[in-house]
Structures are given as structure tokens and as C-alpha cells.
Design a protein around this ligand. Structure first.
Ligand code: PEP
Length: 255
């Protein structure tokens, strides 16, 4: 049984003060919901404040990215140990905006995933096809390449413990959500490949999130798909009430 996970990717939104206010409100709003893991991914500058505000709650904190080196002359970069020390437990790697705007390849995603694991962080590895790739009928081949190259050299145990986020690029920030059937098909394929390449235990344990215009009014339908274990949410994670709604609709009342 996989515990559902709802993760909010704030991108380049929210100051430290806004982060603390959000997490403080979120703690109360999700208190009564059990059996769902909750993660927020603020900008680097607010990771520490988010982790402090979330202390002794079930809210986890993710970095939105990291660099794979431990330290050195890499101006502007942040190491896995630094985000871990700041209080993050997760790190998003390979988000489509990093791939598209900052030229990140699957090889880079792989180095980041390995470095995150090495520092004791849980990577949330994002994969997903563009609209052109889908229309050319390449969706499954793209996912295969991203899984194979992005998770290269990871052990079955490591794959079982990480999170994969399937985010079709055409659905991110566009208001165009994949139908639950489209999400279900992609997720089933991803799990099939994980089973084939990393074994049954890893495939059964690995959580696969859907991302792309998830909102409180479509989460139930998406999460009802057998292989959809939660969501990675951009826009709808910025408002604490809508994010809390996503969490409550994915869990069940605490007893
Ligand atoms: C994202 O950026 O990961 C995302 C899914 O964004 P949105 O929910 O806004 O489509």
C-alpha cells in the first residue's frame, strides 16, 4: 500500500514571510486528514523557514532543485547537503522548466538524483512528454528514455524509495489536465517499466505522482487511478486553501 503524496511546487513564488504564513495556516487545515503525505517546495531562500514552521507536523519540505557537487566554485548553485541541513527531506529534480529553460538533460537529472540520495534526500524525479512528442506518437519512448537514463545506476531499493512525477509538459500551467485515462495509461506504463528494470518490490513501493493543472475539482478522479499515487501541483499549491483542499480530497479523516 502506497501512502498518497501531495506536493506543492511553488516555483519562483513566496518570500520567507509568505512561506511561514502559508505553512502555519496549512498545519491547521490538514491536521484532520490522515494517510496522506504533504510536501511543499518553496524557493531555496525559504526552505529553512518552511522546515521550521513545519516542525513536528506531517508537512515535509522539498528543494526545487539542487546541484550534484558537494561544494566548490559553482556560483549560484546549492548542494544536496546544504538543502538537507536547511531542513529539506525531498528534492525535485528534472522539472520540465529546468529541462526546457536551463537545458537539463537526462544525464544531469541522473547526477542530481544520485546526489540527492547520497545526501539522504528523497528525489522527486519529473518526467513527461511535450505536446509535439505526444502527437508524433513518441510518448512511451520518451518516458522510457527519461526513466532509463534518469534512474541509471540507482539500486532497486533506491528506486523503491523515491518519487516519480509524471508531468506531461502540455498540461503544466496550461489549465489543460490529462484525462484520468491518459494519466492512468502513462502511470501504468511507468510502473511496468520500473517492474521490468528494477523489480517488483521497487515498482510496488515507488510513488508515481501526476502533475499538470491539478485542481481541487479534478484530484479525486486522477487519484482514483490505480497507479496514480498523488500529485505534484504548481498553480493550485500557491493558495493555502486550494492546496489544503487537494490534501483533504486525497486522504481520509483522522480518527
Ligand atoms: C508543475 O509545475 O509541476 C505543475 C504541475 O504546475 P501546474 O499545476 O501549475 O500545472
Amino acid at each position: 500500500m502506497r501512502t498518497p503524496l501531495i506536493a506543492g511546487n511553488w516555483k519562483m513564488f513566496k518570500t520567507v514571510a509568505e512561506t511561514v504564513a502559508f505553512v502555519t495556516d496549512l498545519r491547521d487545515l490538514v491536521k484532520a486528514t490522515a494517510s496522506v503525505d504533504v510536501v511543499v517546495a518553496p524557493p531555496f531562500t525559504a526552505v529553512h523557514a518552511a522546515a521550521n514552521a513545519a516542525r513536528q507536523t506531517k508537512i515535509g519540505v522539498a528543494a526545487q532543485d539542487l546541484y550534484w557537487e558537494k561544494e566548490g566554485a559553482f556560483t549560484g548553485e546549492v548542494s544536496p547537503a546544504m538543502v538537507k541541513e536547511a531542513g529539506a527531506a525531498y528534492a525535485i529534480v528534472g522539472h520540465s522548466e529546468r529541462r526546457r529553460l536551463f537545458g537539463e538533460s537526462d544525464a544531469i537529472v541522473n547526477r542530481k538524483a544520485l546526489a540527492a540520495i547520497g545526501a539522504g534526500l528523497t528525489p522527486i524525479v519529473c518526467i513527461g512528454e511535450t505536446l509535439e512528442e505526444r502527437e508524433r506518437g513518441e510518448m512511451l519512448a520518451v518516458l522510457d528514455r527519461q526513466i532509463k537514463d534518469g534512474l541509471d545506476q540507482l539500486s532497486a531499493d533506491q528506486v523503491g524509495a523515491l518519487v516519480v512525477a509524471y508531468e506531461p509538459v502540455w498540461a503544466i500551467g496550461t489549465g489543460r489536465t490529462a484525462t484520468s485515462a491518459q494519466a492512468g495509461e502513462a502511470h501504468a506504463h511507468i510502473r511496468k517499466r520500473l517492474r521490468q528494470w528494477f523489480g517488483g518490490d521497487a515498482a510496488d513501493r515507488c510513488r508515481i505522482l501526476y502533475g499538470g493543472s491539478v485542481k481541487p475539482d479534478n484530484i479525486r478522479e486522477l487519484i482514483a487511478e490505480e497507479d496514480v499515487d498523488g500529485a505534484l501541483v504548481g498553480g493550485a499549491s500557491l493558495d493555502v486553501r486550494s492546496f489544503a483542499d487537494l490534501v483533504t480530497r486525497s486522504g481520509r479523516p483522522a480518527v
